[in-house]
Design a protein around this ligand. Structure first.
Ligand SMILES: CC(C)(COP(=O)(O)OP(=O)(O)OC[C@H]1O[C@@H](n2cnc3c(N)ncnc32)[C@H](O)[C@@H]1OP(=O)(O)O)[C@@H](O)C(=O)NCCC(=O)NCCS
Length: 225
């Protein structure tokens, strides 16, 4: 919904560098420990240091269909659980209609965009999308996060925090001074996640989009992330 609200198209410059993330905070069960040990020995060269089988990396063209599957499942589930009495169904359907291969293939070509996926057992289970609004400079600017989601079957395992944490590190490396997003006051999991990672409510937007209220939340990145 957020990218549609902003009416921007978001993309990423497809680079050679892939980004991994440390998710040591993830709640590992006794059952998972041997699997995690095995995964530590399987870290491939196209990911950064990661000590279990969760990896954050750039979205590639071949990931587009899987990523769209995660987006649709996640936003349908979230609508049913949190937004049903708040966000119009037709608005959700409009948002979902924008999650097409064609749109995402375009986004991947856009130089100031960033699209990341998080994998569990080499399967894409989360997606984060945004772009950086810059002046003439190659670095710096305002980062706009338009999507962050985790597949409903993989939520509450630390993946959303790992994915968003990775986005923050990326934006900081890009020397963005600030990251901003738009969300709904009823999205309890997302609001908790944003607050936990240091976002603050910056504005309450009355009847902003589909005539409903949105929240603008931001985090300033010049200090510690
Ligand atoms: C928001 C979302 C990405 C969180 O992903 P997740 O992998 O389940 O989150 P994590 O397990 O990493 O949890 C990190 C923090 O988020 C918050 N959180 C996550 N789920 C929550 C829930 N059901 N209730 C309250 N807080 C929650 C907590 O602060 C949690 O920290 P804690 O475990 O120390 O309490 C996920 O719920 C999602 O995809 N929701 C649907 C899509 C969406 O709403 N996107 C945002 C649109 S603005």
């Amino acid at each position: 919904m957020l990218q549609n609200m902003l009416q921007v198209s978001i993309g990423v410059g497809y680079g050679k560098r892939l980004y991994g993330v440390d998710v040591r905070g993830r709640r590992e069960t006794e059952y998972e420990k041997p699997i995690m040990e095995k995964a530590k020995n399987q870290i491939g060269k196209d990911q950064d240091s990661s000590d279990d089988m969760n990896t954050v990396r750039r979205m590639r063209l071949k990931d587009v269909e899987d990523a769209i599957g995660v987006l649709v499942a996640s936003f349908e589930d979230s609508w049913n659980r949190y937004e049903r009495n708040y966000y119009p169904r037709k608005a959700l359907e409009f948002d979902i209609s924008q999650y097409t291969s064609e749109n995402y293939r375009k986004k991947i070509q856009e130089p100031n965009g960033f699209l990341f996926v998080i994998e569990e057992d080499e399967k894409i289970v989360g997606v984060a999308v945004g772009r950086i609004l810059r002046g003439n400079e190659k670095k710096g600017g305002l980062a706009l996060l338009s999507v962050v989601c985790i597949h409903p079957l993989h939520q509450r395992k630390g993946l959303g925090e790992a994915l968003l944490g990775h986005v923050l590190k990326y934006c900081k490396k890009q020397k963005c001074h600030k990251i901003t997003l738009y969300t709904l006051p009823v999205l309890i999991p997302a609001l908790h996640l944003y607050l936990k990672l240091g976002f603050v409510p910056e504005a309450y937007l009355r009847k902003e989009w589909w005539e409903i209220d949105f929240l603008k939340m931001s985090k300033w990145l010049l200090g510690e992330c």
